[in-house]
Design a binder for this molecule. Structure first.
Ligand code: MN
Ligand code: MN
Length: 300
């Protein structure tokens, strides 16, 4: 079970995450550079006394997850697009994970409505002892009532200290998963939906610009060892952006050394995830603490 101090840190992270989410909804405009959004979101988190728990994700149209700007990104928010901004905050390793969909195309506004309603219904379903398959069922039913499809291979997840994706998964469709929600744990619930023309599945689309330390021990020697130690010291077990890594170690041969760490699997690269039929995706997400007598949504 959580101590009162731990619950306070989870609450603080949640408050910062929801404030920044609201701030972002007013900030993002068509034609804006994606890197401007990422950097502004990360700065807003720090301004409020939190740390980013992962790089700000800006996932446009058919991209479902894991896009953050690389250094000097020239990508712009397109006209008539649907944009997901996924925000992670931690306070001393206690994490809040929340996301919103910003829709510049009124023909796609039902996607946003569907995931928001699915999230509301799902959150009400959560309590200790409830099967996660039940949560998946209500998410699926809500999205299908809009004539849309849930993304079946993206899920919510348990969250640990300094660990964004803990053990359990919370499906977005009915499933045979027998796992039950447990007291004293933190979970993120995140419904994703695509159009009726979509496959309802994402696939990997090349490498991305988000990374995580994968191995416990550093490489034996050389520049790799130095860089690995710097990355581990700064980001621990949390995901980090290429932008951040470059700032931590602005050496001339950074890309060469970093590339070797990725190749030797000291560092994991999160692939960008795209809808299989390139259909637009919407997402909504909240983080919850399951306590003995109640469930607290930290990111409301
Ligand atoms: Mn998220
Ligand atoms: Mn999440």
């Amino acid at each position: 079970m959580f101590t009162e101090d731990e619950v306070e840190k989870l609450r603080k992270a949640g408050k910062i995450a929801s404030e920044v989410r609201r701030w972002t909804e007013n900030f993002v405009r068509e034609g804006m550079k994606v890197i401007e959004v990422c950097e502004a979101v990360e700065a807003e988190i720090r301004k409020r006394g939190g740390e980013p728990a992962f790089p700000c994700n800006v996932d446009i149209n058919e991209v479902g997850a894991h896009y953050t700007s690389p250094p000097n990104d020239k990508t712009v928010i397109p006209k008539n697009s649907i944009v997901k901004v996924d925000i992670g905050v931690h306070v001393d390793g206690y994490i809040a994970d929340t996301a919103t969909t910003i829709c510049f195309n009124y023909e796609l506004s039902n996607l946003k409505e569907a995931v928001e309603e699915a999230l509301t219904v799902a959150v009400k379903t959560v309590k200790a002892g409830v099967k996660v398959s039940r949560i998946g069922e209500v998410i699926q039913a809500t999205i299908e009532r809009y004539g849309l499809k849930p993304i079946r291979n993206l899920t919510g997840h348990e969250i640990g200290r300094f660990t964004i994706h803990g053990g359990a998964h919370i499906p977005n469709v009915g499933s045979l998963n027998g796992y039950k929600i447990e007291e004293g744990k933190v979970y993120a619930i995140e419904p994703f939906a695509t159009t009726a023309e979509g496959e309802g599945e994402i696939e990997e689309n090349g490498v991305g610009f988000i990374y995580r330390i994968l191995k416990e021990k550093p490489p034996k020697s050389g520049e790799e060892k130095v860089l690995f130690k710097k990355l581990k010291e700064n980001f621990k077990t949390l995901p980090f952006a290429l932008r951040w890594a470059l700032k931590v170690s602005p050496t001339e041969d950074f890309y060469e050394v970093f590339g070797r760490l990725v190749k030797a699997r000291y560092v994991f690269s999160y692939p960008i995830l795209v809808e299989k039929r390139k259909q637009p995706i919407a997402q909504a997400e909240h983080t919850l603490i399951v306590l003995r007598d109640r469930v607290e949504v930290t990111t409301l």
